[in-house]
Design a protein around this ligand. Sequence first.
Ligand SMILES: [Zn+2]
Length: 610
Amino acid sequence: MIELVLVPLVVVGLAVNGLRLRARVPHALPPADRGDYGYEWLTSRATALDEATRRDSAAYARAEGLDLVDLVPADLPVTAARDLVRQADPRSQGAGRLTAGCSAGAAVLVGPALLERADVTEPRDPQPADVIELFRRIRPYTAKGAAIVAAPQLRCGGDDLAKRKARLRASGVIVGVQLALDIVPYALTVLALAADWEWGLVAAVAYCLQPYLVFAGTALSPRGLHAAALLRAVHEPWVWTRTAVGRWRSAADRQRDAELADAAAYYRAALAEGTVRFFEERRPDCPWCGSRELAVLLRSPDLVMRKPGMFTLERCGGCEHVFQNPRLTPDGLSFYYRDAYDGLGASTAETVFLTSVESYRARARMLTPFTVPKAWLDVGAGHAHFCATASEIWPDTVFDGLDQGAGIAEAERRGWIATAHRGMFPELAGVLAGRYDVVSMHHYLEHTRAPFAELDAAARVLLPGGYLLIELPDPQWPLARFFGRYWMAWFQPQHQHMMPIGNLTRALAERGLRPVAIERGPAHQANDAVMAAYLFLANLAPDSTAPWSPRPPASLTRLWRGLVWTAGVPALAIGLLCDRSLGSAMARRWDLGNAYRVLARREENFPDGH
Ligand SMILES: [Zn+2]
């Protein structure tokens, strides 16, 4: 009986996914008569860049107003071609600044001065993984936009599966998750065959035909397509094995190895005296209202980075304020923030920021009924992903960013903000006083040690009649308790304060900031269950290669991780499904969310110097 469910599931799944990928195969570069416009080309060493591709790509970039074009060889080996269409949708490559770059790793057209702006030099004798890495680093610096096209004349070498793991890593793919995703349809097909071989054969045929569904008759004719399709039953496991055992490391991998070794030395020294010195004394009263009625809400280790230490969140019985107690010292904070957003964690942080574009847009649109912003300061701007998105909604607004991290200077070089202010907001408020008609703080206040000082600074920096926009995780979200320490927004040890919305609006009013709009349900980010599942799995089978990890990974640990993540992929999928359906429905129904937004207007005649 099982085959009656399984076979249609497999066939429909393969067809839908095949068509989805087919829609992503890049279209062919149109031929041109001339194309001498001062572009540069980066190529991997196996790629022979021909005159026609040079000319056609230059003419195309010029006509479309692009300064970065990935050129996909028509004979790209089938595994590389499939990896590419899984990652990249060419339709989304040009749109917006916040698109993760995707490259086939063969040849790339680069606009004038783009390499200098991105501060990268072309590696010697680059491999495909190096070209992909380079493309992804340059992508945020494009002023005009990027594209990915098939180059009919371009030829590249055969596939080197031993280097596929490095290539996937360079593309930002988590190799283990990718392999687990590959195994699922294969395993289901085998299961269908085992249940009933006649029906199972239908699933097996669909499995073998899928590569043709993706590529036949498109601008790409991948090398090895027939073998990959007709012999897929053996070809796939061969590719997985070669990928899994691949030991080759790209230039970027080797650089990261060196950074990891340096980091390990730092963390060993920093942890030699234990973590007790990173904490202050526990305070007996609420930092928000002074009440001494405190109760422990939860204790949690660092579930995200897994640095050592145990943290406590307490809740005030007087005002419901939630705060870390004992809190970290400034040294402790810098220890736990190290490599979270910059350094070793920079590319992961970048990936996370790129997933929040819809939320950025919704925040920026909150101003629409009230004003057209002229000068906007985003506090806690990070790498300025919010500003890059908001400037598409408010093209005439000048966006500046403020942050303590090094990312803010890079944001200015990318052109995502006009001016970068690096430092602590309360300290910079004097210089910036009265310069902005909008100030925003998104998921910022909860990270600070003294939220009142931050609100004072915002009131000072705003012009009379200006607007302060705040988004914060909501500790009153009913499901927060349900997920316990696995609710992502508790985020220990980074979150110092979590304020119920009433506390915030009162504190704003005391500073002459009158709330004019509040969003609760619409601010909900549908990710509670998937993040909880992720944190649970990541702590069940931790990545012990982190430089603060006490032990180097044993092979048994690696096997355990592989098993947990393979089994965990369905759990993540179910989590995501629950978030998108049930979680979103609850948020709409209750008009509550795991975050809230408050827009407040600075009163015209509120006395300064509070
Ligand atoms: Zn309190």
